[in-house]
Design a protein. Structure first.
Length: 94
């Protein structure tokens, strides 16, 4: 992976997990936490100069994967669904 893209990925991922965990710890639903996570990651990516299409790909991949994981297994630990969303983003961005 290109070093700039890898740096962007790490920074966006860090922002996403912080937003996700913060929303859950403040009583938000897993869906609300995922929304906060994608918003935070998208903001970081935009600030670092990512193309809007790249941001959309990230948001769509993460959201679709998270939603599918939670719908398929409603008792799933929300953090596992978040991890699945991260894996989907990694796949979509490579």
């Amino acid at each position: 992976m290109d070093p700039e893209l890898e740096n962007m990925s790490e920074m966006a991922g860090s922002a996403a997990i912080d937003a996700y965990e913060s929303t859950l710890s403040n009583g938000g639903s897993p869906a609300d936490a995922m929304s906060a996570a994608t918003e935070a990651a998208g903001t970081v990516m935009t600030e670092l100069g990512a193309d809007p299409g790249m941001v959309d790909t990230m948001v769509n991949s993460a959201t679709e994967s998270f939603t599918q994981a939670m719908e398929t297994n409603p008792s799933m630990d929300p953090m596992d669904a978040f991890d699945a969303a991260g894996d989907a983003v990694d796949t979509a961005m490579t």
